[in-house]
Design a protein around this ligand. Structure first.
Ligand code: 4AZ
Length: 277
């Protein structure tokens, strides 16, 4: 696979994810239930987020700040992180087509088929004003909830946390996404550990799509462990802080293509302002 075709495939994959996401927004579950099977496209492939490949079961008792975004009919489509009692940091590409009143934030529910925890309503969606597409950066969004949740919050990395972005730093990724590219979403919360990848390694795979000022990569050189579809918007955690928001990748868990995350410390000012608003 040469770099050119890889980039092309990445763009096409993203365009498809965007298109399918808009269909979902417009038609809701009817698309997943009826049109996708007819078209031969799995619901997981239509999912704009990523889920965890190579992960193991985890509990929101241990990771209380990890949440998922769902439609009002209960369809989980992205992850997020509780960063204040009534604020969730997620990916802009998760919320760009959303209307606040049609988004649920689910906290404290390991099993999507259960009714454990809390489903809060969203009253306001902030999307970074410079966001246009995942490969240009700015893939961050802050949701305001209709209530204060009781779950613990996770601190957001700042400029003072530069050390957490050093290649080799151990991170935790979490989500309810697919367990392989094009696979089925996970019923349960999954977690995995992956090291932060150096800028040169990430650029070697993604070329100019990887923008070190705006992004950070994490993954193993040989692949096998990664976020995947449906995990988007969820946390990349190191040193007890949120250092990244799951953003994009070429497939999932492939050698030479680590997962790409929004570099949270780059958006410190904007995020801080949103948390205060
Ligand atoms: C996605 O579709 C996605 N392997 C998120 C993360 C990754 C791939 C895809 C990283 O939202």
């Amino acid at each position: 696979m040469d770099t050119t075709s890889t980039r092309k495939n990445t763009e096409e994959g993203m365009i498809m994810a965007e298109t399918l996401r808009r269909l979902r927004s417009w038609l809701g579950l009817v698309v997943a239930a009826v049109l996708l099977p007819v078209a031969g496209v799995s619901a997981a492939a239509a999912d704009p987020g990523a889920t965890i490949v190579g992960g193991t079961r985890a509990s929101t008792a241990q990771y209380p700040w990890v949440v998922y975004l769902a439609t009002t009919s209960g369809y989980q489509y992205c992850g997020g992180t509780l960063v204040a009692p009534n604020k969730v940091l997620t990916a802009a590409h998760c919320t760009e087509d959303d209307v606040a009143s049609s988004v649920l934030v689910v906290a404290g529910r390991d099993d999507k088929n259960s009714s454990a925890g809390t489903a809060a309503r969203v009253t306001r969606i902030w999307i970074h004003p410079s966001f246009s597409s995942v490969t240009r950066g700015y893939d961050v969004s802050v949701l305001t909830l209709d209530r204060n949740l009781t779950q613990a919050t996770l601190p957001v990395a700042t400029a003072a946390d530069a050390n957490l972005y050093t290649a080799g730093t151990s991170t935790t990724i979490l989500g309810w996404g697919t367990t392989r590219a094009g696979g089925q979403p996970s019923r349960y919360l999954l977690r995995a550990s992956v090291p932060v990848t150096g800028d040169q390694t990430c650029s070697a795979g993604y070329g100019s799509q990887y923008k070190p000022q705006h992004m950070v990569c994490a993954g193993l050189p040989q692949g096998g462990v990664d976020t995947c579809q449906g995990d988007s918007g969820g946390p990349l955690v190191a040193g007890g802080k949120l250092i990244g928001v799951t953003s994009f990748g070429e497939g999932c868990a492939s050698a030479r293509y680590p997962g790409v995350y929004a570099r949270v410390s780059s958006y410190e000012t904007e995020i801080r302002q949103q948390l205060a608003s």
